[in-house]
Design a protein around this ligand. Sequence first.
Ligand code: UDP
Length: 239
Amino acid sequence: AGQKAAYRRVLLKLSGEALMGNDSYGINRQTIEQMCQQVADVNRLGVELAIVIGGGNIFRGVSSGAAGMDRATADYMGMLATVMNALALQDALRQMGVNARVQSALEINQIVEPYIRPKALRYLEEGKVVIFAAGTGNPFFTTDTAAALRGAEINAELILKATKVDGVYTADPVKDPSATRYREITFDEAIHKNLKVMDTAAFALCRDQKLPLQVFSIFKPGALTRVVCGEDEGTLVHV
Ligand code: UDP
């Protein structure tokens, strides 16, 4: 209560795995509801929020499951998986009373609107949560790149990358207990120290566009609200 937003418009990248909870694949009901609750809280604070959703919980184009399959075909399957996740998110948000709209980079007109930038911008201004599905619409890319791309297109002030680990660490905190979290770091430092933040295409796009990104754990209760309020949560990567 009493928290004040530090940003007007942000883009949240949710990985498909984030929807799995402790299951080995698919969508865990309790997990998606907890996540949508955090989104609803931020929406109620008046922050304009767009979401890019991944698909790794359903299909990953480069996984062993797709071994032997034509890469582009496998990637299109991965993009279709993100559409399923987007519909599940939209449904869960609506059940919580949050107005949400899916826009897809691939046209599937019976179930989702196509991506139309001015329409997305209008929805955001109206306080609706916009969920971008099907990544960039192109094989050989990832939803991280889609997050950087859409984030730049909608003039988001910050990309929020929700991960399992609550930020960028000096080393892998699972393997090295002495690893410490960076509160903030520059793009150049992250490259220099060889820290894996996002895939290289996504990272380069954010850096070129001077679009800051914050890595945090969505599994910490209230973390999303703390991030949009500019509190110490996760790691801020900036120019
Ligand atoms: N994908 C793609 N182009 C895109 C976005 C995604 O080809 O612009 C495919 C790719 O096969 C990827 C899959 O969709 O493995 C799921 O996306 P991603 O791995 O980024 O999902 P996440 O790891 O966030 O769950």
